[in-house]
Ligand binder design. Sequence first.
Ligand SMILES: Nc1nc2c([nH]c(=O)n2[C@H]2C[C@H](O)[C@@H](COP(=O)(O)OP(=O)(O)OP(=O)(O)O)O2)c(=O)[nH]1
Length: 128
Amino acid sequence: MLVVAVALIDARGRCLMQQRPRHRRHGGLWEFPGGKVEPGELPASALVRELAEELAIVVDPAALEPVGFATDAPVTMLLYRCHDWRGTPVPLEAEAFRWDRPEALAGLPMPPVDVPLLAALARFVAHG
Ligand SMILES: Nc1nc2c([nH]c(=O)n2[C@H]2C[C@H](O)[C@@H](COP(=O)(O)OP(=O)(O)OP(=O)(O)O)O2)c(=O)[nH]1
């Protein structure tokens, strides 16, 4: 299963994570916005679609920069970062969401693939 996700990063270097609805797989855990890549879909297009559905924001695929990927079978997740989007994120599907520095988010309960990707993101945000 190929999953794409994004770290939206604001002007203060804070990143958005959201809490999965409790009734779903990994319910209650904190994750990056995103979702599954559908057959025939490009990863960046899938992410643009998911961000419109989940957060009501518009993202240009060119504004998505790769951070890295991680696997915890059956999930392989590609993480991008993005500093530029249109609209104000609204949690349409999440239980809750929060903006914080990647180091501060590291203590939240999250799915296994998110742990190394959040660490990679923290290095990016620290070093530009
Ligand atoms: N969005 C997202 N999903 C993650 C993360 N970490 C992680 O293991 N996952 C897993 C949970 C799910 O098994 C899968 C994403 O599926 P999803 O259910 O959110 O995606 P979707 O919106 O396409 O799902 P659906 O339409 O089938 O309900 O990836 C993460 O940081 N963000």
